[in-house]
Design a protein around this ligand. Structure first.
Ligand SMILES: Cc1cc2nc3c(=O)[nH]c(=O)nc-3n(C[C@H](O)[C@H](O)[C@H](O)COP(=O)(O)OP(=O)(O)OC[C@H]3O[C@@H](n4cnc5c(N)ncnc54)[C@H](O)[C@@H]3O)c2cc1C
Ligand SMILES: *[C@@H]1O[C@H](CO)[C@@H](O)[C@H](O)[C@H]1NC(C)=O
Ligand SMILES: *[C@@H]1O[C@H](CO)[C@@H](O)[C@H](O)[C@H]1NC(C)=O
Ligand SMILES: *[C@@H]1O[C@H](CO)[C@@H](O)[C@H](O)[C@H]1NC(C)=O
Ligand SMILES: *[C@@H]1O[C@H](CO)[C@@H](O)[C@H](O)[C@H]1NC(C)=O
Ligand SMILES: *[C@@H]1O[C@H](CO)[C@@H](O)[C@H](O)[C@H]1NC(C)=O
Ligand SMILES: *[C@@H]1O[C@H](CO)[C@@H](O)[C@H](O)[C@H]1NC(C)=O
Ligand SMILES: *[C@@H]1O[C@H](CO)[C@@H](O)[C@H](O)[C@H]1NC(C)=O
Ligand SMILES: *[C@@H]1O[C@H](CO)[C@@H](O)[C@H](O)[C@H]1NC(C)=O
Ligand SMILES: *[C@@H]1O[C@H](CO)[C@@H](O)[C@H](O)[C@H]1NC(C)=O
Length: 571
């Protein structure tokens, strides 16, 4: 389907704060004459209480006159760890966007520049600092980005020559008794910088649990929640975006306000699943907090000793998932390459070890019938969700950043109708020996029947409701891969994404775990919500001050020129 972008003229009410809008044809880069002077940056710094930070390449200590041997060794050791990036105001985890512009593993005389990373960041403290950044960027014709943890795969938290609003230090958390026409019960209000290792601990200390990701360092309130957000509890309570009650925001015109089902309800709808960093800057989100209770876990693996048997085992696993996912509260995370299959964690909320064993039994029986030796199998009970999560939280190396990935939502009906086609496609990927590659899957049940909401509730991509699996396929590479290799890996994951798209026509992909240059991104990432989301974007950000790849309307207003500056598509 091709979307015609008819820009409707939407009249927005006068909003008090009269902000100048980006007026230049192209936004300025540091090398441009029009770039703000150091005096102007200093004024901005003063207006944000000294919280302006100049961007530095992560490996700056490894190059040039700033060379510092000890510091360089540290960055070499930590270059692929998420921690290194989420503590940094401008650098992001995706090697594709870092683009090898400052490699800690090359010689001291090798070039080291910021490349695609922001030139400055405001260490956001409150609405005032966000307003100051919005105003400065628009008045000075500078690109603006929002960075939380920097986990984003598709380059939405960085931008060349940009000013970044860095939300990492907004760490407040509060349990409240929430009451609205839509929901009465406990809720967690979390600042935009809160990460899951913090939210899960805090929730457990208060006898509740909240929907969060498998990766403990992803941010709760930024790209995750705005893009949908899956995790071990999604099959119990829905996606993260199904759990939002309200957002505290600063809109692009500078208003500090609330978006909820009863206030700015269109903005609330868009922020709950319609894509990250597109509609407003979120300062905090209030989400449902659910009664905590016992949680069971299980894990196992098997090896590829004979190819036919191995893939038959993977097929049996999928057939079992089809029924296991009907069990309330069951979810799983698993993965395989050409050598071994691992069920990293199965979760059964409110379940005991015995309940989990009952769910697992048919699978173990099928694998046994195939003569597959199951290794390291164990099912266990835990007192609460956090204890189970901690038991299966993988060491940080598991989340090493040196990879590129693509994704596709796999509907349950594909298992019924063409399991052999799916398995053949898996084989194509894992047997491609020119790449270090891996398939991984998360099983969910986020049907409206399970979640208890309707299609109108929020802007989550409708394909999620039919999905049994959100699938990822990744290419790993050495930490010092050069830009040619990074581009080749991107081409590869796009090819694979096409194979899985062809298997699931009319379906979709989880925008947070797919590619930035998918040619059918509108259908794949937003589906039938696209046009309504575009109208909301035009209402709240008519000049597309918030711009990034693969976000609603990104092709309508700006495009990158050869230098990496944002230039108007229309004059
Ligand atoms: C190792 C790893 C594991 C992952 N595991 C999971 C998982 O288990 N489940 C899952 O659903 N996803 C997972 N993801 C994907 C994750 O959801 C996305 O990377 C997401 O974009 C991260 O959001 P962030 O805010 O933490 O990151 P950032 O990269 O800082 O931001 C991502 C996007 O959100 C925008 N944004 C950030 N903060 C705000 C704000 N306050 N207001 C408005 N916009 C904002 C940014 O501008 C950007 O567009 C994983 C990613 C990685 C790299
Ligand atoms: C902003 O001001 C603070 C406090 O004076 C200072 O430490 C910091 O270096 C300044 N930032 C920039 C980018 O100059
Ligand atoms: C970085 O690596 C060094 C050496 O391995 C280690 O001591 C240090 O704690 C690491 N720092 C971070 C921020 O991970
Ligand atoms: C990475 O760098 C190469 C070489 O300079 C350039 O051609 C390419 O466009 C860059 N990619 C990104 C994503 O910036
Ligand atoms: C950088 O230094 C290496 C030796 O350390 C040398 O081989 C190389 O030619 C130098 N490159 C440049 C661009 O000066
Ligand atoms: C878990 O148990 C609690 C307390 O008994 C109950 O309120 C809740 O509905 C159950 N949740 C799930 C997902 O089964
Ligand atoms: C999801 O759960 C619902 C309600 O619990 C159930 O009817 C349905 O069969 C499940 N769907 C899948 C795909 O497992
Ligand atoms: C499994 O092994 C048994 C005993 O060696 C054999 O009889 C049976 O045919 C095998 N089954 C399969 C599916 O290979
Ligand atoms: C099953 O998938 C394969 C792709 O591997 C495709 O060629 C085939 O047409 C599909 N079959 C059906 C019935 O859709
Ligand atoms: C990714 O980096 C880690 C080190 O951080 C390394 O152990 C691993 O082998 C790398 N992956 C590839 C495919 O090179």
């Amino acid at each position: 389907m091709h979307f015609l972008l008819v820009i409707a003229c939407i009249v927005i009410p006068s909003l008090g704060v009269d902000l100048p809008s980006h007026t230049a044809k192209c936004l300025h880069l540091p090398e441009d004459r029009e770039w703000p002077t150091s005096h102007e940056w200093k004024q901005l710094n003063t207006s944000v209480g000294g919280r302006l930070i100049a961007g530095l390449p992560l490996a700056h200590a490894c190059h040039g006159t700033e060379y510092d041997h000890a510091q360089c060794q540290q960055i070499q050791a930590n270059f692929t760890l998420p921690l290194t990036y989420y503590q940094d105001p401008v650098n992001v985890m995706s090697p594709y966007w870092l683009n090898d512009t400052c490699d800690p593993l090359t010689s001291q005389n090798a070039s080291c520049v910021l490349g695609n990373m922001p030139s400055y960041a405001i260490n956001v403290q409150d609405a005032k600092s966000v307003q100051a950044g919005l105003k400065f960027a628009q008045r000075k014709n500078i690109r603006l980005v929002i960075k939380n943890t920097g986990h984003d795969y598709i380059g939405r938290s960085n931008g060349k020559g940009s000013l970044s609003l860095w939300t990492h230090n907004l760490k407040t958390m509060q349990i409240i008794n929430y009451k609205s026409s839509a929901y009465t019960g406990k809720a967690l209000k979390a600042g935009a910088g809160v990460q899951f290792f913090e939210a899960n601990q805090f929730a457990a200390d208060n006898g509740v649990r909240v929907v969060g990701g498998y990766c403990p360092s992803v941010g709760m309130v930024g790209g995750y929640i705005q893009g949908g957000g899956h995790g071990p509890l999604a099959s119990s309570y829905g996606l993260a975006a199904d759990n939002t009650l309200e957002f505290e925001v600063v809109t692009v015109d500078g208003r500090h306000t609330v978006a909820s089902p009863t206030q700015n309800s269109d903005l609330y709808w868009a922020l709950s699943g319609g894509g990250a960093g597109t509609y407003a800057i979120v300062l905090s989100a209030t989400v449902k907090a659910h009664q905590d209770g016992p949680t069971a876990g299980a894990a196992f693996e098997f090896e590829n000793t004979d190819e036919n048997t191995y893939f038959a085992g993977i097929g049996a696993f999928h057939q079992w998932l089809r029924s296991a996912t009907k069990v309330p509260g069951f979810a799983s995370s698993w993965g395989f390459n050409n050598q071994a299959f691992q069920l990293n964690v199965a979760t059964l909320t409110n379940g005991t070890q015995k309940d989990m064993e009952t769910v697992m039994a048919p699978l173990l029986k099928s694998l046994k019938a195939l003569n597959i030796t199951v290794l390291q199998y164990a099912a266990k009970s835990y007192d609460n969700y956090h204890a189970q999560y901690e038991a299966y939280t993988f060491p940080p190396e598991i989340y090493a950043t040196n990879n590129s990935l693509g994704g596709r939502l796999i509907p349950g009906t594909l298992i019924d109708n063409n399991l052999s086609g799916l398995i053949e496609t898996y084989k194509t990927v894992v047997k491609d020996s020119s790449f270090y590659n891996r398939i991984s899957g998360i099983s969910v049940n986020v049907t409206h029947a399970r979640v208890g909401n309707t299609a109108a509730s929020n802007s989550v991509l409708p394909a999620w409701r039919d999905a049994l699996i959100t699938l990822n396929f990744g290419v790993g590479f050495s930490p010092d891969a050069d830009s040619a290799e990074l581009q080749a890996s991107q081409v590869k994951v796009n090819q694979w994404q096409t194979l899985f798209r062809n298997l699931t026509p009319g379906g979709g992909a989880y925008m947070n775990e797919a590619t930035f240059d998918d040619p059918t991104w509108k259908e794949d990432y937003f589906g039938s919500n696209y046009n309504r989301l575009l109208k909301i974007k035009q209402k709240y950000d008519p000049k597309f001050v918030l711009w990034q790849h693969t976000s609603v309307g990104f092709d309508a207003y700006w495009q990158l020129d050869g230098r990496g500056a944002l230039c108007r598509v229309k004059s």
